[in-house]
Design a protein around this ligand. Structure first.
Ligand code: G3P
Length: 225
């Protein structure tokens, strides 16, 4: 499963790229608004920085507007993916854009029937928002499970990109179900690295090493410069 960073924060994106933790990035108007900088410049920087797919969301809601914005977004780079809302105008635009070979991501998906329609429109990615479903007492992961089953049983080439992730278990469950990608907020990626036994284990190794140095009467670091 590919992991995308769900952020428009360039420092965070750089950090995770350097660790090999992410394969791409997803942005949206809310994430760009948090950066409080010119969104077009920020998006351009992210598309240049990231070797993998970068989703950039349209603001228009009418068909012509979505197609027009989508074409300009696609010109940002081969890795730019046009994010369009799960509406009738959005899917009509996705169909037109995908016919021109432009990559698309249908966002704000909350049900398997929406996933099916978005895939039939030719979307490259479909993004179910599982955390927001969990927030209202529904089972977000069930939309992932059912959408994947629909895609597989109907030979639909669309990739399922799990979004609105709240914690590492969402990522692990998505990977176990065979989702193609998950877009994960930076704080959740950080949590995926952590385990208390890793921290205490490292501390113990270093403490024991220091103890040995004391026994030998000098600090030992044979492999350091
Ligand atoms: O890409 C945005 C999507 O992941 C939404 O997340 O946390 O706003 O529900 P959230």
């Amino acid at each position: 499963m590919k992991i995308f960073a769900d952020t428009a924060d360039i420092q965070q994106i750089k950090k995770f790229l350097d660790m090999g933790a992410i394969d791409g990035v997803t942005t949206n108007p809310t994430l760009l608004a948090k950066q409080a900088v010119d969104p077009a410049e920020q998006v351009e920087k992210i598309v240049k920085l990231v070797p993998g797919p970068v989703s950039v969301e349209v603001i228009s809601t009418d068909y012509e507007g979505i197609v027009g914005e989508g074409k300009r977004i696609a010109e940002l780079g081969d890795n730019a993916v046009v994010k369009a809302p799960m509406t009738q105008n959005g899917l009509r635009a996705v169909k037109a854009l995908s016919h021109e070979g432009i990559k698309t991501n249908v966002t704000l998906v909350f049900s398997p029937s929406q996933s099916l329609l978005a895939a039939k429109a030719g979307a490259t990615y479909v993004s179910p928002f599982i955390g927001r479903l969990d927030d209202i007492g529904q089972d977000g992961m069930s939309v992932v499970r059912q959408s994947l089953e629909i895609f597989r049983n109907n030979s639909l080439g669309t990739q399922l990109l799990v979004a609105s992730i709240r914690h590492p278990l969402h990522v692990i469950e998505s990977a176990k179900l065979g989702a193609h990608a998950a877009t994960v907020p930076p704080d959740v990626i950080d949590k995926m690295f952590n385990h208390p036994l890793t921290e205490t284990g490292l501390k113990r190794f270093l403490d024991d090493w220091e103890l040995l140095g004391k026994k030998l009467g000098s600090s030992i670091a044979p492999y350091r410069n």
